[in-house]
Design a protein around this ligand. Sequence first.
Ligand SMILES: Cc1cc2nc3c(=O)[nH]c(=O)nc-3n(C[C@H](O)[C@H](O)[C@H](O)COP(=O)(O)OP(=O)(O)OC[C@H]3O[C@@H](n4cnc5c(N)ncnc54)[C@H](O)[C@@H]3O)c2cc1C
Length: 571
Amino acid sequence: MSIEGIEKLGVYDVVVVGAGLAGLMAAIHAAQRGVSVLVVSKSHPVRSHTAAAEGGIAAWIPGASDPRDSWLQHAYDTVKGGDFLVDQHAAEILAREAYPTIMLLERWGVLFTRDEEGRIARRPFGGHRYPRTRFVEDKTGMAIMHVVYEQALRLGIDMLDEVFALDVVVWQGRVYGVVAVDLREARPLYIQAKAVVLAAGGAGMIYKHTTNNYFNTGDGYAMALRAGAALKDMEFIQFHPTALYPTDILITEAARGEGGHLINAKGERFMARYAPQWMELAPRDVVARAIATEILEGRGFEGGYVLLDLTHLGEERIRERLPTVREAARRYAGVDPAKEPIPVRPAQHYMMGGVDVDIDGHSPDVTGLFAAGETACISVHGANRLGSNSLLEAAVFGKRAGLAAASYALGRGSGEPPAEAVREPVERLYSLLRRERSGVELGEARRELREVMWVKVGLFREEKGLAEAVSRLTDLYKRVLDGIVVPSRGRGWYDLALAYETLNMVTVGLVVARAALERRESRGAHYRLDYPKRDDENYLKHSLVRLRGDSLEVGWRKVEVRRWEPGERAY
Ligand SMILES: Cc1cc2nc3c(=O)[nH]c(=O)nc-3n(C[C@H](O)[C@H](O)[C@H](O)COP(=O)(O)OP(=O)(O)OC[C@H]3O[C@@H](n4cnc5c(N)ncnc54)[C@H](O)[C@@H]3O)c2cc1C
C-alpha cells in the first residue's frame, strides 16, 4: 500500500528513532517483552554520538565504592548539581538503577577497567561527592555501544540505518507511526506503529562551538514539538569547560578526575577563586563560567583559552588512563600532555532539557509518544548535569521507555490514520525546497543560527541579547520555512535531509532562546548577568514550550521536591 508516492514499510508495535545507547536500550527491552520493534537511524548505530563518550558512567557499586558512599548520596549529588531543579524521584531512580545497569552491561561484555584488587575501578568526576565514575580507559561510550549493538543483533531486531525520520504521525493526540526518508533509495516511507520512542540525541550543532558530532541537530526535539508535545527546560545548555583549542574536540572531564589542573596566563590555579573546596572538580557550569571569566577579564591566552596541565600525572598514567586525550592533544594541538599543558576553552556539550516525559518516558500530551536519552527531559539533570550521569540516564531510562512503550502497544490495536496525517511531513519537506533560489542558503542559515546562539544565548546571558536572539531567530525561522537553497553536490536525498535538519535546528534554537528569555534568574548552567541570583520563589519550576499554530507558548510546572529542600549550592 502507498499513500500517493509514500511507501508503507510495515506495521510495528514500536518504532524507535535513533540507535544510540538510549534507542538501543529501549529497542532491546521492548523486544524482550515480545512486541515487534523497528529502529531507524540516520547514522550507523555505532556511529551515534554515544560512541564518543570517553570519561565514564556513574554508579555506586556495593563493595567497590567509598564506604561512605551510597545510591542515595549519588541521588543527592545529582539534585544539588542540578541546582535543585531536578525532580527528586527521578534522580532516585537514576541512582538506584545504576548498579544493576553496570552489572547488565558487564554481563553483556563491557570490559570495565579494574583497580588493583580486581574490582570495577572508579574515578572522581565533578560534583560527585565520592569517586564513582566507571570507565573503560577513556573509550567508555564506544565500548558500551558495541556491546549494546551486539545485543540488538542477537535479538534479531529490525534496524534500518541511513533512514532519516521527518516526523511522528499524530492524529487527534495519538501516535500512528513515523514518516521518514530512505536516504540511499531516495524514497519517502511511512512506518505504521502504535508507539514511537524518540531517542535522537542532542542538538549541539545549533552552537558555533560544540563537542558534538554533526548528526546532533535536534531532530527529536523538533519532531516532538510539531507532534504536540512540550519541550521542558530547554534554556539549560551545558557548556563543557575543556574543549581543545581551537578544534573544540572534547578533552574529557576524566583528565581533571585523574588530577589535571587549570592554569591561566598568569600561571595561577584560578579555580581557587571560584570553588575553593572542589577546585577543578566543581560541577561543569561552575568551571566553564570560571574559565570564561578568566578569558573575558584578560587572564587567558591570546586567542581565548586557558591551560589544562596533566604533566605531573606522568607519561605512564596518561597512556594508561587517558589515551584518547593524549592522541587528540598530540594530533590536533601538537602538544604532548606528558610534557606540556593542553590549550582548552568551553564549548557547548549537552542539552539538559528535552521532550517533557514522565519517569516511564511517556509524553503527557501525546498518547503513544515516548522519549529517552538526551532527547528526553525527565528531569534528572535539572539546571546542570553532572558528568557521567548521561550515559547512565540513557541506559536506565532508555530501558524504562522501551518497557513502557511495549506495555502500551500490547494493550492496543493498530489503527490507520487518515492519509493527510501521513502526507503532511512529506509536503513540508518538499515545500522547503520548492522555491529554488528564492530562499535562504543552507550554509548561511546554519552559520547565522550558530553565531546568534553562541553570542547571545551562550554562557552569559541578558535581557537585551536574548530578546534580540528571539527576534533574529523568529525571522530566520520564517525565511527557512519559505524555502532553503541547498547547494547541490549531487547527493539528492542527503541534501533534502540537510534542509530538514536545518529547519529542526532553527526551531530548537528559537525554543532555547525563548525559554532563556523568560527565565529571569540564574540557576545552574543558565546564567543571567541581569539576574545573577537563583530565585526559588518565582522559578523553582520547569519551563514548558509548546507550538501553537506558528508561534511558541511558554508555560511552567512546579519542581517535585521530596527529600531535599533547595539549599545553598556551594562547592
Ligand atoms: C564528546 C562527548 C563525550 C561525552 N562523554 C560522556 C561521558 O563520558 N559520560 C556521560 O555520561 N556522557 C557523556 N556524553 C554525553 C552522552 O554521550 C550523550 O548524552 C548520550 O550518549 C546520548 O545518547 P542518546 O542515545 O540519547 O543519543 P545519541 O548517542 O546521540 O544517538 C542519537 C541517535 O539518533 C539518530 N538520529 C538523530 N536524528 C535522527 C533522525 N532525524 N532520523 C533518524 N535517526 C536520527 C542518530 O543517528 C543516532 O543513532 C558525552 C557527549 C559528547 C558529545
